[in-house]
Write a protein that binds this ligand. Structure first.
Ligand code: IVH
Length: 722
């Protein structure tokens, strides 16, 4: 778990600036896409479903608050992942959507009540519904034309899947031909491809004997087997199928007017259907069937993760329709997570790419729901201590100690959680865990900001866990803006050992020209004479940079472009800022209110205690000072980029919202700041102008509500004299 995921400590979406929201939106988008790839394409997820859902919820919350971010890259409308490149793509004639989830019995009652309300039925009107196991495999659409199996496709992103026809033909349970008289000319059968427990165990034994990687669970094994490029391999791995739904059907071709009727026809036609499918007439009956299935779960021989309820009448299904990605007429009632008890052997600290220290429990391996678990998430320092996200006690305030017997929970997970401690079994010599205050990777100080649950490494400039991310930021457009040095190149330079910290960028050319240089850049993968020469020139051109870019490039936490300028307007140079930071003592035992230098920094316009503390922490770390000194030997900061003062917008607070046509958001912001305006992310009484582009949403409404002046893009340009 090397990445940073959304945590309870993440700031409330409502308090994010537009800038911070855009950055977080992009970061979450990348992270979700990477998880989707690992889950859907590599069949090797690295986070639990719960962690994934948390990321997704935050991503959607940000889009709700900042609708302008709902761009073409928006993930929130997608289901699953885009298909991988190795199989031909198949567009689903009818999209393959997903199901709404419930965990508690009350949610099931509410689901039934909601359907009644939607249909305008009385509170106790009877609605027939089917209940059937939710199979934990991967969904597949089988297209039959005139009874012949023509195409089989995976779900993919719900709209476009992969052509796995040849592989599905190897599943003996799937008929190649449906011969019943009432099979429509075109019929897409949908259902789940899955692997049985016994077959999974045997397959993993074979994998182990051949020193090949093991599959984490039957679902991943089924997915990996179905998505084999060589159908012979698929054929050697026993897969099964349950049919439970349908896609395109030729006009008037449905064999029944109820869900249960169509499933009965499937069975008649020779398609495998699940024998635990029943029709119920009330929420109570649904729940009774749920409990019955739950009791039989362990003996089924295949994984299920809940029970699916569907309105039986197809006419009512049509009336109910869909809400975004899922049908209003169906619900997945999930089983609670599975648990087991084992011993905590040690706690390992992993460092994410933004420096967050994450504790991971190393456990005596144990099987939880058929999967061997030896690592579990401990979330953060407070979680180990028994303190929840809101500061309230969790697990009755019991801490977690090395040597403890702990309760592990796994909900279809790959990274399970430690959710409890068996206090009565605690070894007498078990000591309270002391969370490290030094980064395990670079040994810089790791600090926790006021109100934050995450402890972070402050050695950003030298920490190997963060280096690539930091250097990428250092050379990015708003920082040093070095052309030809993108993420890919930074990653490669780091791996080749050429650039480990910012100063190395500026010594690259000289080292490259040394007679003893091992491999000249122009001879390396992806480089040539011209590109190497151009890169060295682009670097040379940046030996002098405006000091605000220099400070921003250091990547001090909370010091973005605006705060860098604020600090420099007050302190003038990075040296003066460093001196102030080194003499500042934040409030604490020795100086109850902090000393004068601290007071001065906190009082700097626009800078508060949070930013000041981050600045003090950064300079207090000797590793950062060394990296900064090395950099100052190579680069000369120049005066700040000019800020005009006299214009009509100087000193005003502006909020941009909606889509601008004449310039990008970044440009608009830079221009406003150049003219001395302050650009804010949200509208308040202090806002002077809201510049509204096309499709402006909640911010425009807020401006109207508060009586803030609203300008069009052109009016803004006129006012700003642009
Ligand atoms: S019905 C329009 N029935 O669950 C919805 N889905 O979260 C059609 N699944 O993508 C799906 N067992 O992969 C349905 N008995 C069942 C199912 C089932 C497993 C999967 C399916 C779907 C996902 C939705």
């Amino acid at each position: 778990m090397a990445t940073d995921t959304a945590r309870p400590s993440d700031p409330d979406v409502a308090t994010l600036t537009a800038d911070a929201a855009a950055k977080e939106h992009a970061r979450l988008g990348d992270e979700i896409a990477a998880h989707d790839r690992r889950y859907y394409q590599d069949d090797a997820p690295t986070v639990s479903d719960a962690e994934y859902d948390a990321l997704r919820r935050r991503y959607e919350a940000i889009e709700d608050a900042f609708p302008e971010l709902k761009g073409i890259d928006s993930l929130s409308e997608k289901v699953g992942a885009t298909p991988s490149a190795k199989f031909a793509k198949i567009r689903h004639a009818v999209p393959m959507l997903s199901l709404g989830n419930a965990f508690a019995g009350e949610e099931v009652e509410e689901f039934v009540a909601r359907i009644r309300r939607f249909l305008g039925l009385g509170a106790d009107a009877e609605i027939a519904m089917t209940a059937e196991p939710k199979i934990d495999g991967l969904s597949c659409s089988l297209r039959y034309e005139n009874g012949r199996l023509m195409v089989a496709a995976t779900r993919g992103d719900g709209f476009e899947g992969e052509d796995v026809t040849q592989n599905v033909r190897t599943i003996s349970e799937v008929p190649q031909q449906l011969s019943a008289k009432d099979v429509p000319a075109v019929f897409e059968v949908r259902g789940e491809v899955y692997m049985r427990h016994a077959d999974f165990a045997a397959m993993n034994e074979r994998q182990a004997a051949a020193s090949k990687p093991l599959f984490a669970n039957p679902r991943n094994a089924a997915a990996g087997s179905l998505r084999q490029l060589d159908p012979k391999i698929t054929a050697s791995r026993p897969l099964h199928f349950f049919a439970y739904a349908w896609g395109e059907v030729s006009e008037g071709g449905l064999p029944a007017d109820t869900q249960s009727g169509v499933i009965a026809a499937f069975k008649r036609w020779g398609l495998p259907t699940n024998p635990l499918t029943v029709v119920c007439r009330s929420a109570e009956e649904l729940l009774a069937h749920y409990h019955m299935i739950e009791e039989r779960r362990a003996g089924l021989g295949y994984d299920i993760d809940g029970v699916v309820y569907k309105v039986d009448s197809l006419a009512l299904q049509r009336r109910l329709g869909f809400v975004s990605r899922s049908p209003r007429w169906a619900l997945a009632h999930k089983f609670p997570a599975q648990r087991a008890i084992t011993q905590l052997e040690r706690i390992e600290i992993q460092v994410g790419r933004t420096g967050a220290l994450t504790p991971v429990a190393k456990l005596t391996p144990i099987t939880v729901g058929g999967v061997v678990v030896s690592n579990a998430s401990l979330h953060n320092e407070d979680y180990i201590k028994g303190i929840g996200g809101g500061g309230e006690p969790i697990r009755g305030g019991v801490d977690i100690r090395v040597g403890d017997w702990v309760v592990i929970q796994r909900a279809g997970d790959v990274i399970p959680q430690v959710v409890g401690v068996e206090l009565e079994r605690r070894p007498p010599d078990a000591k309270a865990y002391e969370f490290p205050t030094l980064c395990p990777v670079c040994h810089s100080h790791a600090v926790r900001e006021e109100g934050e649950v995450v402890r972070r490494c402050t050695g950003g400039l030298i920490c190997a866990a963060q280096a690539v991310e930091r250097i990428r930021h250092f050379v990015s457009r708003d920082a040093f803006d070095i052309e030809g040095l993108g993420e890919k190149q930074v990653q490669a330079f780091y791996e080749w050992g050429l650039v480990k910290q910012p100063a190395d960028i500026f010594t690259l050319a000289a080292r490259d020209a040394e007679p003893g240089a091992l491999t000249r850049l122009k001879n390396r993968d992806g480089w040539g004479e011209t590109s190497a020469r151009n890169l060295f020139a682009a670097i040379e051109a940046r030996r002098r940079v405006p000091v605000n870019r220099f400070l921003y490039a250091l990547g001090i936490r909370h010091v973005g472009e605006t705060n860098a300028k604020r600090l420099l307007r007050h302190y003038g140079t990075v040296e003066a800022l460093r001196e102030a930071a080194l003499s500042a003592v934040p409030p604490g035992e020795e100086h109850p209110k902090g000393n004068d230098a601290w007071a001065e920094m906190v009082a700097t316009e626009g800078i508060g205690a949070v930013v000041a503390e981050a600045v003090v922490d950064f300079f207090a770390e000797p590793n950062n000072q060394a990296a900064l000194d090395a950099l100052l030997k190579e680069v000369t900061p120049e005066p700040m980029e000019a800020v005009a003062s006299g214009g009509a917008v100087a000193g005003k607070t502006v909020v941009f919202t909606g889509a601008l046509e004449k310039m990008t958001r970044d440009e608009a912001k830079a221009m406003a700041e150049r003219l001395g305006a302050k650009v804010a992310g949200s509208v308040s009484k202090k806002t002077d102008y809201v510049v509204a582009g096309a499709d402006a949403g909640s911010k425009l409404a807020k401006a109207r509500e508060l009586g803030v002046a609203v300008l069009s893009e052109d009016e803004w340009l006129d006012l700003a004299g642009g």
